[in-house]
Design a protein around this ligand. Structure first.
Ligand SMILES: Cc1cc2nc3c(=O)[nH]c(=O)nc-3n(C[C@H](O)[C@H](O)[C@H](O)COP(=O)(O)OP(=O)(O)OC[C@H]3O[C@@H](n4cnc5c(N)ncnc54)[C@H](O)[C@@H]3O)c2cc1C
Length: 310
């Protein structure tokens, strides 16, 4: 049986299969499309920031709705007829001699010279009653993304990892009206605790009973001792980030201690021809860095193909 032929079914061959159609994957698709490459982008369409009403910080797109951002990106990419888009989930990839075989949930198989994973991250929130109702609406992971909209309001930081002091200090930049809820005994040195108090940041160590909200808008935080504290929004630290797609690991790519894929320049992994970009590589890139990495990886992949074919 020849490559591309299985039980008389012709398997489509692409220069690059891109797995994931967030800002990272779509940006790579754009530059590779413009490089005349035959591209297949496969996207399950479950972007990480789908929970938010607005995305911020992307120059020319500040405040855009996530769906609108994706629609504009897809519309622009779709003008390049050499770029195909499939709404599907990649469930397996096998590396064979000189090509990758990609298999999807809908039962399709594709072959490609290169493969790019821009599959993002899944957030696992701390188990606090009421948190998922407000996450993305009035409780956020990143003050650079959402701090401006709640600046100078009564804010909460909820978290207790080893980074909690630095994180709380950052959020204080957006509002000095700040309470840290560690939801248990605080992971802070005495010096750090005193430092927070010196900046008028109260530390509440009592366990949180629940977050009370209305239509996604955080109103109050109730502690297990019955205390109820009014807050307008929260920043959540220490969210567990796990890879959306474990296929690169199966193919031999390494993951660091924080759960991010390890790559070399422009997302090239230890596996020749396999690239990883965006949140999958950085855990939290933001939209603009993800898009930028898509561009750089796209150029790098195209340059590699040019060299190989010269
Ligand atoms: C609450 C919240 C608010 C945020 N707000 C902002 C903001 O205001 N500004 C900002 O810059 N950033 C913001 N971010 C961060 C931003 O969402 C991410 O950094 C960015 O989306 C990462 O882009 P990406 O392309 O790497 O991954 P994603 O955008 O997550 O896209 C990955 C895509 O890959 C698909 N996929 C995964 N596995 C497979 C598979 N096996 N087969 C097919 N498809 C697959 C997913 O379904 C998804 O569509 C926010 C994040 C969160 C959680």
């Amino acid at each position: 049986m020849e490559r591309g032929q299985q039980m008389n079914i012709k398997i489509e061959f692409y220069d690059v299969v891109i797995v994931g159609g967030g800002p990272a994957g779509l940006s790579a698709a754009l530059v590779l499309g413009r490089s005349k490459r035959k591209i297949l982008l496969i996207d399950e369409n479950k972007p990480r920031h789908a929970v938010t009403a607005e995305s911020h910080g992307f120059l020319t797109r500040d405040g855009i709705k996530p769906k609108e951002f994706k629609k504009i990106a897809k519309d622009q990419v779709s003008t390049y007829k050499n770029v195909k888009h499939k709404n599907d989930c990649v469930i397996n990839v096998v590396k064979s001699e000189g090509f990758f075989e990609t298999e999807t949930l809908k039962g399709a198989k594709y072959h490609s010279r290169k493969i790019l994973f821009a599959t993002g991250i899944i957030d696992q929130l701390p188990r606090i009653i009421g948190l998922s109702e407000v996450y993305g609406r009035s409780a956020f992971p990143c003050p650079y993304c959402d701090g401006w909209e709640v600046k100078d309001q009564p804010l909460a930081v909820i978290g207790n990892s080893e980074r909690i002091f630095e994180y709380t200090r950052s959020v204080h930049n957006w509002s000095p009206n700040l309470i840290l809820f560690t939801n248990g005994s605080a992971n802070l040195s005495l010096e750090n605790k005193r430092d927070l108090v010196r900046h008028n940041i109260k530390v509440k160590e009592t366990k949180i009973k629940q977050i009370i909200s209305n239509n996604g808008m955080l109103k109050r935080i109730q502690l297990e001792n019955g205390t109820i504290i009014s807050r307008a929004a929260a920043f959540i630290e220490g969210i567990k980030e796990t890879q959306s797609c474990k296929i690169p690991e199966k193919l031999g790519c390494k993951i660091d201690g924080n759960g991010a894929y390890i790559t070399k320049q422009n997302g090239l992994s230890e596996v020749p021809g396999l690239y990883i970009i965006g949140d999958a590589k950085n855990l939290f890139s933001g939209l603009i860095k993800s898009a930028s990495e898509g561009y750089c990886a796209g150029v790098s992949i195209n340059s590699e193909i040019i060299r190989e074919d010269w």
